[in-house]
Design a protein around this ligand. Structure first.
Ligand SMILES: *[C@@H]1O[C@H](CO)[C@@H](O)[C@H](O)[C@H]1NC(C)=O
Ligand SMILES: *[C@@H]1O[C@H](CO)[C@@H](O)[C@H](O)[C@H]1NC(C)=O
Ligand SMILES: *[C@@H]1O[C@H](CO)[C@@H](O)[C@H](O)[C@H]1NC(C)=O
Ligand SMILES: *[C@@H]1O[C@H](CO)[C@@H](O)[C@H](O)[C@H]1NC(C)=O
Ligand SMILES: *[C@@H]1O[C@H](CO)[C@@H](O)[C@H](O)[C@H]1NC(C)=O
Ligand SMILES: *[C@@H]1O[C@H](CO)[C@@H](O)[C@H](O)[C@H]1NC(C)=O
Ligand SMILES: *[C@@H]1O[C@H](CO)[C@@H](O)[C@H](O)[C@H]1NC(C)=O
Ligand SMILES: *[C@@H]1O[C@H](CO)[C@@H](O)[C@H](O)[C@H]1NC(C)=O
Ligand SMILES: *[C@@H]1O[C@H](CO)[C@@H](O)[C@H](O)[C@H]1NC(C)=O
Ligand SMILES: *[C@@H]1O[C@H](CO)[C@@H](O)[C@H](O)[C@H]1NC(C)=O
Ligand SMILES: *[C@@H]1O[C@H](CO)[C@@H](O)[C@H](O)[C@H]1NC(C)=O
Ligand SMILES: CC(=O)N[C@H]1CO[C@H](CO)[C@@H](O)[C@@H]1O
Length: 657
């Protein structure tokens, strides 16, 4: 039986002392230019050195980081030219957008400040999100034709991602901010074997050898294990998330062994970033205290950007330098000037942390009658995992706590040397709004891609009939903005989830907070973009881990059609309406009259305060355009064995830990 033998193989690997300490290959350093393997030649093992003269420290969250403030000068300026081109193409009758932008070009802060938030939801979220980014990217062929939205990405200041959304964001930034279109196109170009986003081989099988990912046949599991062992051997605690992040990287980072030397902080040193030509990537994770099984809505939410890890929440209210995370800090200072750590912030560990939802999977499986679903061997494996995890508290991402002894009056982690982080969606806020609604950032509009599966999902019994969003995620963000932890973040009014379904707000783009005057505090206008069937039933299960390229591309294409409303066929005015959403807060600020076309758009797309709270019938959305046909070659029917293989990977790594 395949999965059982996988476990056996993994167990064998553990017994092989030779697999420790991977020998670095030449290609580790040779392939460097496309990304930034800042920790080379040490791979996944963090390094301890004496601290630099400018001693790293934790700062209070009273403002944006000096790094961000300086970088924004460049970035806000750099967004003007693409915004000018985009708005001009959007045909906003009654407003000369080019003169408007030119008039305010010497004061970029008067102009629109755009954020994009890519939700979680496994590969479904990564691929649906990719379709939106592809449609908004001016490098995509045809995306700059009349009626298209290419350039919105180039006009954006902030790009946040969580869980599956963080895989998308992490993948682009660790690959020279390559375009989605280029990643998908690699399959048709035979000169490059196409190693990115090859989802037909699950992370349990690993990539085919011979490509750039697996250069020799040493074996995928051996490489995974030895990388994590290397980290452990130099004195760091490891957890399931280390294996998870390493395994995902084989699909997401275009380098040998998924680039074990690639760090998240290195993004801040790359030209494409320092010259302000791309948005600031923000990855979100939740704090989960030891012993806690359910993550409350008012948990501390962490943001990991290339400069820092930390939070504006009034609990910790501080940020630590990303490059030196792993260092033992106490009350914000390194405990020893001889011991500053670098290389802990591996990029796979960062998006592995953002998607570390093992506790959710395991508690769900724990309550499920799995008789008849798993083989006896797997059943045993499940039970072994559950008891092992329960006793070891290992179902989290284990970070060295930079906030030890920091703000001890309010910081729930102040007395812990460990910072335990989990999937950013475990507090039900599956869309990463948190970093985008901080008042210091002054974001005007957030394009919020919601790929949650809320309707009709009792995992695992309904795993073959998974769900669509029903607004639950954005409702959770709204509710948090009313609670004690909000610390002056504001959010537009959002109705209940029954209203979402009854009014169809979850089945088409909906704007929230159109009237800035109806909000206490400064909040962006939200362009809510729910996953819906435009050309493909993209509601595949969160636990679906295998896609052939045809289905992968169909989900991306569905997202593209969601972004453009079928290249404008569902609404010819859609591009103008997107332009109006972009401009809305800026027009307020500069006292400019709102053009008639925008008034019409707002009547059509803004939620006007109506509610309908009765319990809705089963939500079954209709295909909006012509469906694309996909031969799935069995991939879709694999739901069960895939879930089973997830369990077997967990079993395998438990054996390794
Ligand atoms: C990174 O992308 C830029 C812009 O597309 C390109 O000019 C440059 O050659 C790329 N660098 C590498 C190493 O591929
Ligand atoms: C961030 O700012 C600090 C202090 O201003 C500076 O020392 C550091 O080099 C900056 N980091 C990067 C990656 O630019
Ligand atoms: C621009 O919009 C106006 C209506 O506001 C419409 O009459 C006109 O055809 C549109 N032009 C293009 C090129 O779409
Ligand atoms: C941004 O643009 C303004 C106006 O063109 C200019 O004065 C300013 O120096 C620019 N800032 C940076 C950091 O380039
Ligand atoms: C991946 O790396 C290979 C080898 O360096 C390169 O030829 C290919 O263009 C890269 N793919 C992408 C999508 O950047
Ligand atoms: C599994 O369920 C049992 C009984 O409901 C419970 O005692 C145990 O804590 C659960 N284990 C995990 C890991 O959730
Ligand atoms: C569990 O499922 C099996 C097979 O579907 C069924 O025969 C059994 O009665 C169920 N057990 C419980 C406790 O529900
Ligand atoms: C979170 O909510 C719980 C229950 O309402 C409350 O006891 C706790 O103090 C809150 N924590 C924070 C940090 O607001
Ligand atoms: C290119 O964009 C135009 C205008 O939106 C659209 O009609 C056409 O179908 C698109 N072509 C392709 C190949 O996507
Ligand atoms: C305006 O604000 C009130 C009070 O918060 C809220 O009940 C109402 O739903 C808001 N209207 C809209 C359209 O957001
Ligand atoms: C929910 O699942 C049931 C049975 O699996 C199916 O009949 C129904 O259509 C589903 N509803 C939705 C909203 O998908
Ligand atoms: C704007 C605001 O009220 N910020 C507060 C957030 O929380 C910290 C820590 O409690 C306060 O110091 C800030 O004033």
């Amino acid at each position: 039986m395949r999965f059982a033998s996988l476990i056996a193989a993994a167990a064998t690997v553990c017994l092989l002392p030779e697999s420790h300490g991977r020998v670095l290959t030449e290609s580790d350093t040779k392939l460097a230019p496309r990304g930034f393997p800042a920790n080379a030649p040490y791979g996944y093992a963090p390094q301890v050195n004496s601290c630099p003269s400018n001693t790293p420290s934790v700062r209070a969250a009273t403002s944006l980081s000096p790094n961000e403030t300086a970088w924004l000068q460049l970035r806000r300026n750099a967004t003007i030219a693409p915004m000018r081109t985009l708005l001009a193409r959007m045909n906003i009758t009654g407003l000369d957008t080019t003169s408007y932008l030119n008039r305010h070009a010497n004061n970029a802060s008067a102009l629109p400040n755009i954020g994009i938030a890519v939700s979680g939801g496994g590969y479904r979220a990564m691929l649906n999100g990719a379709g939106y980014l592809e449609a908004w990217d001016d490098r995509t062929p045809n995306a700059t034709s009349v009626g298209q939205l290419g350039g919105l990405l180039q006009a954006t200041t902030y790009l946040s991602g969580l869980s599956g959304g963080s895989w998308l964001v992490g993948s682009l930034y660790s690959n020279n901010f390559t375009s989605v279109d280029r990643i998908l196109a690699q399959d048709t170009d035979s000169s490059t074997s196409g190693d990115l986003w090859q989802l037909d081989q699950t992370i349990f099988e690993g990539p085919e050898s011979g490509g750039i990912q697996l250069v020799n046949s040493a074996g995928y599991y051996i490489a995974l294990e030895s990388a994590v062992n290397n980290k452990q051997d130099v004195g760091f605690d490891v957890s399931l998330t280390d294996y998870w992040g390493r395994a995902l990287s084989y699909q997401l980072v275009n380098d040998t062994d998924g680039g074990p030397s690639y760090t998240w902080s290195s993004v801040a040193q790359q030209d494409f970033f320092t010259n302000g030509s791309v948005p600031l990537p923000l990855i979100v994770a939740d704090g989960r205290q030891p012993g806690e099984t359910l993550v409350p809505t008012n948990t501390t939410i962490f943001t990991l950007d290339p400069w820092e890890i930390g939070t504006f929440d009034p609990t910790i209210y501080g940020f630590a330098p990303m490059q030196y995370v792993g260092t033992n800090f106490s009350n914000g200072r390194p405990t020893s000037n001889d011991r500053c750590v670098t290389g802990f912030d591996n990029v796979g560990f960062v998006y592995g942390t953002s998607s570390s939802l093992f506790n959710v999977i395991l508690t769900t499986v724990n309550g499920t009658n799995t008789t008849g679903l798993f083989t006896t061997a797997l059943q045993d494996a499940v039970e072994a995992i559950l008891s092992s995890l329960a006793s070891s508290d290992n179902d989290i991402a284990d970070w060295v706590n930079p906030f030890y002894n920091y703000h001890p009056d309010t910081n729930p982690y102040a007395s812990s040397q460990q910072l335990t982080l989990v999937d950013g969606g475990e507090d039900n806020q599956v869309i990463p709004f948190h970093p985008l609604i901080q008042p210091q950032r002054h974001v005007d509009v957030v394009f919020a891609i919601d790929s949650s599966a809320d309707t009709n999902t009792t995992w695992p019994t309904n795993a073959s009939s998974p769900g669509w969003p029903n607004g639950a995620s954005i409702v959770a963000t709204y509710q948090r903005s009313l609670s004690a932890i909000q610390n002056h973040t504001a959010f537009p009014s959002i109705p209940d989830i029954n209203t979402f379904v009854n009014l169809g707000l979850n089945d088409r783009p909906t704007f929230f907070g159109c009237d800035a005057g109806n909000i206490t505090g400064e909040a962006p206008l939200i362009v809510y973009l729910p996953n819906a069937p435009y050309v493909y039933n993209s509601n595949v299960s969160t636990y679906d881990l295998q896609f052939n390229n045809t289905e992968r591309n169909a989900i991306v294409l569905n997202g593209y059609n969601g972004a453009t409303l079928g290249n404008g066929t569902l609404d010819k005015q859609w591009p103008a309406c997107v332009g109006c959403a972009i401009l809305s807060r800026s027009l307020n600020r500069t006292g400019t009259a709102v053009p008639e076309v925008c008034t019409q758009c707002f009547q059509r797309y803004c939620w006007n305060g109506t509610t309908n709270t009765r319990t809705p019938a089963n939500f079954v959305p209709k295909m909006k355009l012509t469906e694309v046909k996909v031969t799935t070659s069995g991939a879709l029917t694999l739901n069960w064995s895939i879930s089973a293989s997830l369990i077997s990977l967990l079993a395998a790594v438990i054996l390794m830990l």
